[in-house]
Design a protein around this ligand. Structure first.
Ligand SMILES: [Cu+2]
Length: 855
């Protein structure tokens, strides 16, 4: 049924000549002489200011002076000019090596009665300091500091494995205030978790010692059988041709700790080279003598114990995989990243690179890790669990985001084998911050990028990576806005520029655009994750995550059909979902914010101006419905069907000049997905955020994060239960947090081999002004052009480039030669540690994801 139009009535119609002629005047486009004169004066002032007075462009002025028009001088060095942070310290700064060392010593003092053993030599039944890092201050305290008050006290979050207790347990402590003094104290930190106790079986790995007791499950007899069956060895020798990888989660509710071991060939990219042999091991508790291997699966045969398997092997009843398909003589070089094929035309030339001829246009304060660019400002921080995070993101001196931080990254696999079908990773467990990698200059980030360090602590000491974060500005190669026209002032373009802050983590097999995991030689999955935060001049920012690296490959055989894609003779990529959650603590025009749902629907409306002719008396058209969502319970959200609308955070009491509430909208970017699987025991209640595209909750100091490093191993009893955040609180005109997901339904294919590509394994969301301003602020840019029509056809078009000479040139500095250095590793005393071997470095990098047998 059509609805009746509103607000119109049929009246006798007359031509209104006077109004018509005024409209004509308006569009005549002939500016008055006064306007033209005004424009000329403005142009002269702007040009003079840009060339001689503008304080923000010292390097351009300098370079212009140096170069003249006769020859080319050297360009300004690509060094970021100093930023002016709003405060003298970064209240969210990670702890530095000396602070961590001081806390370690304070914890070890006899009067603390913690009976600690240092991580490097600890066994499971010892008490070990697992983590020391910054505990972020309460928001009210940080805001008071930003507003000119005193700096908040600095506290540390300390995790201790109490393996030496009668009932081993993990405890969290708040230690401070820093620096260490008589006033320093420690207390249990439990208010941010939903479970007061963290079961020991949910723990993270401390060192290789724990795994040594796992290696015993590969007995000499079993090694011999493996050698015979696969032509590969796992004997604890340097030249072993098999390594292990384990699946997770390791526990359901903390009562046990078990994992499926899968064996893979010890070659480059072992993740792609599994053999069809799996072992289920029970490593519950702290007494390795009670651990057992309860099952072996080989060639579709299931054995209740290693002994059963060996018996069958010895007595000839074992159904063997035919020798020709065991890969004995196979060429496995395809798993390397070495260049293949014939070089393409002109590919012997280096590709284009971008140069800021007039010097860098973003500012950096290294001491506080504060960055500013084109009206944006932000502080960076870094933590063990998820790596790079950003604080106090301001635009034109107004805070838009208090905190922007990744929270968790899940990857749930499928397959017709014991490992893949039971795997649901949550990479926070391994520490995506700990897994940050030094960036490859010129390859991971453009040549001119400015690098910033990150410091992370683990039970084995402190790692400082000098090139953990890169910051760079790029020409996006397309205008932010443009229009062609003949009227004065309507033809022009504003150039698109973007500032990117990036970090890359490699947890096991994938290189997530962000971090480093410590894994003693068991393979989990090695993914590189690239975390990008991209800022645009119109107030838009994009949060983008890309993944690369090796798949967690499976053993291909026809029975795997439907669980992924075959990529080689006996290798497949198994189907899985990645979902990554971000915390976005938006503060739009203050703390009092509401969640606005905007939906574009369809209406059939009858209009009085319509004739009853062939078009009919009704039209079908779009219509917007806006609704403020009032409680948390209604704020577990999926993007509107067909993206007909969006969700936004607005301040209902602060309006722009047109009466609209000022807001920021959350738009889906690439791959706006959520988790496919709901109800799996392995993600029962520990990653409920992954069921949605986004969710909005009332901000609470007791709900700082949607996950924890133990969540992976506690699906039945999660340390942080996201659904508990949604307990009916009113969310109108209050401080809100948006939890937004990105991800990929990863259906592996041949082109994922040897590595997944960031071109498609990418996902993002955008935050963009929604009536936050009165009009488009990118029009403020002087990197823009305004054209005026010639007086007669054939004459050149006039233009105004606002005095910014886009053709300015000089000789760029030669980029420094490529160099890649190891991170600095400090021991518990804060002394720089010499790693003994490359194998040590590898262990540290691949810990738990590629386990080399050490018997
Ligand atoms: Cu994947």
């Amino acid at each position: 049924m059509p609805i009746r139009s509103q607000g119109y009535q049929l009246l006798p119609v007359k031509n209104n000549n006077s109004e018509h002629s005024r409209e004509n005047d308006d569009v005549s486009g002939v500016p008055s002489r006064r306007l033209r004169l005004g424009f000329l004066i403005l142009f002269i002032v702007v040009t003079f200011y840009a060339l001689f007075l503008a304080p923000e462009k010292p390097s351009l002025t300098e370079s212009l002076k140096n170069s003249g028009h006769t020859g080319l001088d050297k360009c300004a060095s690509p060094i970021a000019p100093a930023a002016k942070p709003p405060t003298s310290t970064n209240p969210w700064a990670p702890l530095v090596v000396s602070e961590i060392t001081d806390i370690q010593r304070w914890l070890e003092a006899p009067q603390r009665e913690l009976n600690l053993t240092r991580g490097s030599s600890a066994i499971l039944s010892d008490n070990v300091v697992y983590l020391i890092e910054t505990y972020y201050p309460a928001k009210a305290d940080a805001l008071a500091y930003l507003a000119g008050g005193s700096a908040p006290d600095k506290y540390a979050h300390v995790v201790i494995h109490h393996g030496g207790s009668d009932a081993p347990i993990i405890k969290n402590y708040l230690v401070g205030p820093l620096p260490v003094s008589e006033q320093m104290s420690m207390r249990l930190l439990s208010e941010i978790y939903h479970e007061s106790e963290i079961p020991f079986n949910a723990r993270g790995f401390v060192n290789i010692e724990e795994l040594r007791d796992v290696f015993k499950f590969i007995s000499p007899e079993l090694s011999e059988a493996l050698d015979d069956l696969f032509g590969a060895t796992a004997r604890g020798n340097d030249n072993d041709t098999l390594v292990a990888s384990a699946g997770g989660p390791f526990s359901f509710d903390g009562s046990t700790r078990k994992t499926w071991f899968s064996l893979r060939r010890n070659l480059p990219g072992p993740w792609l080279l599994p053999i069809n042999f799996w072992q289920y091991i029970d490593v519950s508790g702290t007494d390795p003598s009670l651990w057992k291997a309860s099952k072996i699966v080989y060639n579709h045969q299931i054995f209740g114990s290693t002994e059963e398997f060996l018996q069958s092997y010895r007595n000839g009843t074992l159904i063997r995989v035919p020798k020709q398909v065991t890969g004995v003589n196979e060429d496995f070089s395809w798993t390397t990243r070495k260049r293949v094929g014939t070089p393409r035309d002109l590919d012997h030339l280096p590709g284009p690179r971008s140069v800021s001829f007039a010097g860098l246009r973003f500012r950096v304060d290294r001491a506080t890790q504060y960055i500013s660019w084109m009206g944006w400002g932000m502080y960076l921080s870094f933590d063990r669990d998820m790596g790079l995070n950003i604080w106090d993101i301001t635009l034109k001196a107004e805070r838009i985001i208090y905190q922007l931080a990744p929270q968790e990254a899940i990857a749930q696999y499928a397959g017709n084998d014991p490992l893949q079908s039971t795997t649901a990773w949550q990479d926070r467990h391994f520490g995506m911050g700990l897994a940050v990698r030094d960036l490859l200059p010129g390859y991971d980030c453009p040549h001119e990028a400015v690098y910033l360090p990150a410091t992370t602590h683990s039970a084995l000491g402190v790692i400082v990576r000098e090139k953990a974060i890169c910051v760079f500005e790029q020409d996006t190669g397309r205008p932010v806005s443009r229009h062609t026209g003949y009227m004065e002032g309507e033809f022009g373009a504003v150039k698109g520029y973007m500032l990117t802050v990036r970090s890359i983590s490699v947890v096991g097999n994938y290189d997530y655009g962000a971090s480093i995991v410590q894994c003693p030689d068991v393979l989990i999955s090695l993914n590189a994750t690239i975390f990008d935060y991209m800022f645009h001049i119109d107030g838009t920012m994009e949060v983008r995550l890309s993944a690369s690296g090796y798949l967690q490959g499976g053993y291909w055989e026809p029975l795997q059909e439907g669980y992924g894609g075959r990529i080689r003779e006996h290798s497949m990529g198994n189907l899985h979902d990645h979902v990554i959650n971000y915390k976005v603590d938006l503060d739009i025009a203050g703390l009092e914010n509401s969640l606005l749902e905007t939906i574009a629907g369809q209406e059939i409306v009858e209009q009085p101006w319509l004739e009853d002719d062939e078009w009919g008396r009704t039209v079908i058209q779009q219509k917007i419905t806006r609704r403020i969502i009032e409680t948390e319970d209604e704020a577990l959200l999926k993007y509107p069907i067909n993206f007909q609308g969006h969700y936004s955070i607005v301040n209902q009491n602060k309006t722009n000049a047109w009466g609209n509430p000022r807001g920021y909208a959350i738009h889906a970017g690439y791959n706006p997905i959520h988790n496919t699987i709901v109800g799996s025991r392995r993600l029962l209640n520990n990653a409920n955020w992954a069921r949605y595209n986004l969710a909005v909750s009332l901000r609470k100091e007791t709900e700082p994060s949607s996950s924890s490093m133990w969540n992976m191993n506690l699906p039945g009893k999660p340390t942080v239960d996201f659904h508990k955040f949604f307990d009916g609180d009113n969310i109108t005109q209050d401080d809100l947090v948006v939890w937004v997901n990105v991800g990929t339904h990863h259906m592996p294919q041949a082109e994922d081999s040897p590595n997944t590509k960031t071109t498609v394994a990418m996902s993002s969301f955008l935050l963009t002004p929604l009536n936050y301003f009165d009009s488009d602020i990118s029009l403020e840019s002087t990197n823009a052009i305004l054209l005026s029509a010639p007086s007669q056809p054939g004459k050149p078009w006039g233009f105004d480039d606002y005095g910014v000479k886009q053709d300015f040139t000089c000789v760029p500095e030669t980029p420094p030669p490529f160099e890649y250095l190891d991170p600095k590793v400090y021991d518990e005393e804060g002394r720089l540690k010499e790693l003994e071997s490359v194998e040590d470095m590898r262990k540290m990098a691949e810990m738990y994801h590629r386990i080399k047998f050490e018997l």
